[in-house]
Design a protein around this ligand. Structure first.
Ligand code: CO
Length: 479
């Protein structure tokens, strides 16, 4: 096989400012499954410049919502900037007015106290889309999810947390427990004594605190684990002091310090009682994404995409990405076994391939034993995420979809109606063709990774993070 080379993937980090207000029918090559009649809602950074300034990091850009609506073998596309406090202030003042992950607002607007403690907490929800209490929300890593209309993408306002839920930082990967009909998540309340607050939101909108865990130096965690009976925090040794965060005058993530000697700290909390049933320590590692977790005998099994350290965060600064800097840090699918009765944590690498943006058959297997993980991979060494992988955990085999010059985003698994097998369904991925400078929605058979269809968007869509497929929109019909 001839050697493969990376393309100019930096094109995926260029701003897109054009909105598509009315749903635009996209030309389809191939055939969309007739049963695919729902909506894929995604969010991601889309505008990286405000006035004379450029945001520093991929995670900072102003959020655009993207909607792919399926029906009758067709698909339409629409998009709209999320009208968050950060976006509207940027438009009105021509200045970066809110602090983001790795960018501070203009000094004159801001003073010394970090934006995270100010009333100026950003609501630039560019990470994920979920449905909280029957409402569609966009999420970022602050405690200000934004509600929006799933049909028009109109921004509706901040999703309000009820007391006693109050904090500054949260995560954009809530879990959904089908049996309990509740979402679970956590937030971090920084203060003289900082705390993790684990909470749930029912489909009826009712909010409840599950547990409150005091913490000396909160860790940067992008997601967490859920099994049938437990929630688990895995604290990576990238931690911060609340005082430093408040007074250092540095952007949010730059206050966090990598201290591998702290190791990896597992805390397992029972959903029903809120009780901490186990804590354990492992060797230092970093991750953005948990994949799944389940109970197995007396163990809690936790699968995540592990990195040796947190250098991946530095690799994702815009200036590097836009310059096509080879990506060296890669994550691996790793399994931890945490004994609930105490004892050492076992660690095992499940697949020795680079993997990110992992998805599973969430509806049927979240919190339960499972076999398949889909995600984006790196086919060409040093390249940005350039392929879609399917990992069979049982056999250790890895299947690939790769075409030169194409950069696929997160592959969202959609089960076929009345599916019997775990992998019976399709994957939906927004792919950037850097040669044509256009993006398209790719539909793959989730079992074989064979292409079923692609539908070309009117322009390139910048690389983004997450979204979800809604077979029905909450509130429109019953779940
Ligand atoms: Co994420």
């Amino acid at each position: 096989m001839s050697s493969k080379t990376a393309f100019a993937f930096g094109a995926g980090f260029r701003s897109l400012t054009q909105e598509t207000e009315s749903p635009l029918p996209l030309p389809v090559r191939g055939a969309l499954p007739a049963w695919l009649t729902g909506t894929l809602l995604r969010t991601g950074p889309s505008k990286f410049e405000v006035g004379e300034r450029t945001y520093n990091h991929w995670f900072d850009g102003l959020a655009m919502l993207h909607r792919f609506a399926f029906g009758d073998g067709q698909v339409t596309y629409s998009s709209c900037f999320l009208q968050s406090n950060a976006f509207t202030a940027a438009m009105e003042t021509g200045k970066i007015s809110y602090g983001e992950f790795a960018t501070d607002p203009c000094r004159t607007l801001f003073g010394r106290v970090a934006a995270i403690f100010d009333p100026k907490l950003t609501a630039n929800c560019n990470v994920n889309v979920s449905d909280f209490g029957g409402e569609i929300v966009a999420l970022t890593e602050t405690t200000l999810p934004m509600r929006f209309a799933p049909d028009t993408l109109e921004t509706l306002g901040v999703f309000g947390y009820a007391p006693p839920l109050a904090g500054q930082v949260s995560n954009a990967h809530p879990h959904y427990d089908v049996a309990r009909k509740r979402h679970y998540s956590y937030m971090v309340a920084f203060g003289m004594e900082s705390r993790y607050l684990l909470f749930s939101i029912g489909d009826d909108g009712a909010q409840a605190q599950v547990a409150e865990l005091p913490v000396d130096r909160p860790a940067y965690m992008h997601s967490f684990a859920m099994s049938e009976n437990y929630l688990a925090l895995v604290e990576f040794p990238l931690t911060v002091s609340a005082l430093e965060l408040k007074f250092s005058g540095k952007p949010f993530i730059r206050n966090y310090r990598w201290q591998p000697e702290r190791g990896l700290k597992f805390t397992v909390v029972e959903k029903n009682s809120g009780r901490t049933v186990a804590t354990a320590l492992g060797e230092a590692a970093f991750a953005f994404h948990h994949v799944n977790a389940f109970e197995d005998g007396g163990d809690l099994v936790i699968d995540l995409i592990a990195y040796e350290n947190a250098e991946i965060i530095d690799a994702l600064y815009l200036a590097k990405l836009r310059a096509n800097t080879p990506l060296d840090a890669t994550g691996r699918l790793v399994r931890y076994r945490v004994p609930l009765v105490g004892g050492p944590v076992a660690r095992e690498t499940l697949a020795s391939v680079a993997l990110e943006l992992p998805r599973i058959n969430y509806k049927a297997h979240a919190g339960k034993p499972y076999r398949y993980v889909w995600g984006t991979g790196i086919e060409v060494k040093g390249d940005f995420l350039d392929s879609i992988l399917k990992v069979d955990i049982e056999t250790g085999t890895v299947a690939r979809w790769y075409e030169p010059g194409l950069y696929p985003g997160e592959p969202v698994f959609v089960p076929a109606p009345s599916a019997q097998a775990e992998d019976e369904g399709v994957l939906l991925s927004v792919v950037l063709d850097v040669v044509k400078d256009r993006s398209f929605l790719l539909v793959l058979d989730a079992r074989t990774l064979e292409e079923k269809a692609r539908a070309e968007a009117p322009h390139a869509i910048p690389f983004h993070f997450h979204g979800n497929y809604f077979a029905t929109i909450p509130g429109e019909t019953s779940r």
